[in-house]
Design a protein. Structure first.
Length: 400
């Protein structure tokens, strides 16, 4: 079957990764770039948590997709159904076949709500919410405001997720609000973490331990929510280290779903055979596919072992573009991604712990003269105003 269109570079996904790469390629003079994405709306997801805490409005997180597509890039408003890397084609959900010379795979990550029994059903009830859905974030804030006593539970799944700090952030933001209202001591707060510590980098873990203790938050390590009974308002928490389970009755439950690569990637040839999340198999330094040299990937759907954050994308995009251009020119791929990721952890309603690190899992500060191993008020303003401005005005335009 003939291809409907053929592109020098086809980019799957018009999120932060796809738009950034397309903009950078255009600035480098590449023409006939296609950007494949079905959505009418582009989301700035890092603000979702602040919407759920009443510190940002939902309208601040969205813009029309058409407004962020780089000039000179062809937007194909459709979704990807499958990839044939041998034929250099992508089949879309509407049945079109798109050809490419090089392919950039950046469709983001899939929220697997149905993998935890009762989670999808629980989200139809008022006490249960999640900032991972923008439509539910206002409910999170309404529930926080309404709560004056009882039990609040905040969960995090064991598999890799985007913005792994988000399950903790809302617990701290809620607790700080309750502290301001004089009711924090009357609310039992349980934070369910699948990890053996608060954070993978010890210096940041120590500060978060102090923050959790300050608010009186019970932290359940090596644990995760495995079932939700919405009618009985109970969440079953499994302690994977002890091999035990406990049902915790809740008055407020903030859940985070397990996540994985989109199903069409899992089922196709681009996925890593030994990766249970089905992520696109790339070299963690060059971002080139390990078996298909004309395929590159970045962002949440890639197999790189870094935290899945927008800050990681910002450091991956220039590396991928430089290596893709080198590959097109027949040159060695010399650019290297060092695993940089950043997680601005909101520890209160006006303070942030800016955790920056790389593949070594050691601090990787962007502000070496500032102690970012402690929560800081200036980092709050970076999170609240500086990073969104940089995102819309620089990153999506290929300038940062």
């Amino acid at each position: 079957m003939a291809t409907a269109q053929h592109f020098n570079v086809l980019v799957i996904g018009a999120g932060s990764a796809g738009v950034s790469v397309a903009a950078r390629l255009r600035r480098k003079g590449v023409d006939r770039i296609g950007l494949l994405d079905p959505s009418d709306t582009h989301y700035y997801q890092p603000l979702f948590t602040l919407v759920g805490a009443g510190r940002a409005s939902a309208s601040e997180t969205t813009r029309p997709m058409a407004s962020v597509i780089p000039k000179g890039v062809a937007w194909v408003q459709d979704g990807a159904e499958s990839v044939d890397p041998d034929a250099h084609t992508v089949t879309t959900t509407k049945g079109a076949i798109l050809g490419y010379d090089q392919l950039v795979v950046a469709p983001g990550i899939q929220l697997d709500w149905d993998t935890v029994p009762g989670m999808s059903e629980a989200l139809t009830t008022v006490p249960v919410t999640s900032n991972y859905r923008l439509d539910l974030a206002p409910r999170t804030w309404a529930n926080i405001q309404a709560m004056t006593s009882g039990t609040a539970v905040f969960t995090m799944p064991s598999a890799p997720i985007k913005c792994a700090g988000a399950p903790q952030k809302i617990a701290y933001l809620a607790s700080d609000y309750w502290r301001q209202q004089g009711v924090n001591d009357r609310i039992r707060k349980v934070l369910v973490l699948p990890t053996p510590g608060m954070f993978g980098v010890p210096v940041f873990a120590k500060e978060l331990e102090r923050v959790a203790a300050h608010y009186g938050i019970e932290v359940r390590f090596n644990s995760e929510a495995v079932e939700i009974d919405a009618d009985g308002r109970g969440v079953v928490v499994a302690d994977n280290a002890a091999g035990t389970k406990e049902t915790i009755d809740y008055d407020l439950l903030h859940v985070v779903p397990p996540q994985s690569a989109p199903d069409w990637i899992k089922a196709g040839p681009l996925a890593a055979a030994d990766n249970p999340g089905g992520y696109v198999e790339v070299d963690q330094y060059t971002l080139q596919h390990t078996r298909y040299p004309d395929v590159f990937s970045l962002g949440d759907a890639g197999s790189t072992p870094n935290s899945k954050t927008g800050a990681a994308v910002r450091h991956q995009a220039p590396v991928l573009v430089e290596n893709l251009l080198a590959h097109r020119a027949g040159r060695p791929l010399e650019a290297r991604y060092d695993g940089y990721a950043s997680c601005p952890l909101t520890t209160s309603r006006n303070k942030v712990l800016l955790a920056e690190f790389d593949y070594t899992m050691e601090p990787h500060p962007s502000f070496p003269l500032i102690d970012t191993t402690k929560e800081r008020r200036d980092m709050w303003w970076l999170k609240r105003t500086g990073l969104p401005a940089m995102y819309w005005n620089l990153m999506l335009k290929g300038l940062a």
